[in-house]
Structure formats: C-alpha cells, structure tokens
Design a protein around this ligand. Structure first.
Ligand SMILES: C[S@@+](CC[C@H](N)C(=O)[O-])C[C@H]1O[C@@H](n2cnc3c(N)ncnc32)[C@H](O)[C@@H]1O
Length: 217
C-alpha cells in the first residue's frame, strides 16, 4: 500500500516493532501500514464513527494484524504506556492541545499540526518535552512540518519556539517562512506599527540565517 508523503514521513519516524496510538486515524491507513511494514501494534482511534467504520474496512481489506480501533475523543479512556508512540496528524493545534492536556503521556509523540506551531512547541516544552526531530515536507503542493517530541528538558529561545530549533536549519523551510511573513507584511495596513516592527524583526532574522547558510554551502 502507498501512503501520502506526509504519512510516509511520519511512518519513517516510528521504529520497527513499536506500539503506537494513532489519534484521529480517519481511514486508518497509517496504523495499517505500520502494522504491515514495521510490525507495529497499533491502536487507531477517532471521534467520528464513520471514520472508524472506514478504518475497520481497511483493516480487513489489507489483512492487517495487530490493529485495534476505538471510538473516543482524543486519548480519553486509553491506557498509555511510556514506550507507546502517540501520533496526532491532520488536526489543528487547538484540538491537539485539547487532546493532550491533563493526560499522562508517553515518552514519544509524533505530531503534524496544521497550524500555530509555535503555540504547540511552547505547550509541549512546558509539559517537559524536547524536540528530537523536525521535518519540513511537501505533499501535493502543500507544506507540512512533522515534529518528534521526546520526553526531556532542553533550553529553547523565543526564536526556537517561533521557527523550530531543527527545521530552522532547512533552507527550503526558511525561504517558505520568509515569503509567508513578507506576504503578511505586504497585506498589513500601514498603521499597524507594532506588528510591522515585529514582522521586520522576524524577516531580518530569517534573511540573516539564509545569508549565513549561503556562505556555509
Ligand atoms: C484530517 S483527518 C486526519 C487523518 C489522519 N490522521 C491524517 O493525518 O491523514 C482528522 C481526523 O481527526 C479526527 N478527530 C478530530 N478531532 C478528534 C478528537 N478530538 N479525537 C479523535 N479524533 C479526532 C477526525 O474525525 C478526522 O478523522
């Protein structure tokens, strides 16, 4: 079976023989792939009964072993073990925080949020996680960042939270982020002075890094 580039990136971050919880599994294809290709044990959950119905059909279709499904909101009523890999992809940061708040989580989480990544990083750092890996990928002309959070403390700067401590070293990501901020600035009315100053600071920060990595290459 073939996964999308985004889901394949997530699958590649999971070690063979892991136990995974895929929250918001929808079609269930990621959990099925991990079971078939990486010999993982999976719990695929969704809040939507119709989605789980589709996942259950796919489990039968692909003859996947060791994939269970559960209808629930986020991680409610799920026993989480420290060595489980929790995967949350294709949701916004607000929903992700709702799912993770007040839960005793495992040591590894793979998260691909659709928005507000700085808010997500800050939330996870405050919970006592650090970033182990952060990948910038393109899938059907859309850009995504997939983050592997691992239990552990690390000191991070304001810019690490904003732009990502690892993905920041990816030139393609820097270019993407820079053009995004330049577009926001272009469309911002002139009287928003503070926002202009802030944006200028961030834009210059990204430009400096791009220039520096240009010298390194
Ligand atoms: C856009 S799909 C993403 C599916 C898959 N994870 C992916 O990345 O391709 C979002 C899925 O999350 C589910 N979802 C949304 N909120 C949820 C919650 N609080 N708990 C569990 N599942 C949720 C939706 O029902 C939907 O199936």
């Amino acid at each position: 079976m073939k996964l999308s580039a985004r889901l394949k990136t997530i699958a590649d971050m999971i070690p063979n023989d892991s136990s995974i919880i895929d929250v918001g599994c929808d079609h269930g294809l990621l959990a099925i792939y991990l079971s078939l290709v990486k010999n993982c044990r999976s719990l695929a959950t969704d809040i939507n009964a119709k989605a789980l119905e589709g996942a259950n059909k796919n489990i039968i279709r692909y003859k996947a072993k060791n994939v269970e499904t559960k209808l629930t909101d986020g991680l409610d009523d799920i026993v989480i073990k420290p060595d489980d890999y929790i995967i949350i992809a294709g949701m916004g940061t607000k929903t992700i925080i709702h799912i993770l708040k007040n839960k005793k989580l495992s040591d590894n989480l793979i998260i691909a949020s659709q928005n507000h990544l700085s808010e997500l990083r800050k939330f996870m750092f405050d919970l006592g996680y650090r970033i182990d890996n952060e990948l910038f990928i393109e899938d059907r002309a859309k850009k995504y960042i997939v983050i592997h959070f691992k239990k552990g403390k690390q000191k991070y700067t304001k810019y690490d939270i904003l732009f990502g401590p690892i993905v920041f070293h990816n030139r393609e990501y820097l270019q993407f982020e820079l053009s995004k901020l330049e577009k926001i600035k272009e469309n911002l009315p002139g009287h928003h002075l503070i926002s202009h100053l802030k944006l200028n600071r961030y834009i210059n920060y990204l430009k400096r890094e791009l220039k520096r990595t240009n010298y390194d290459n």
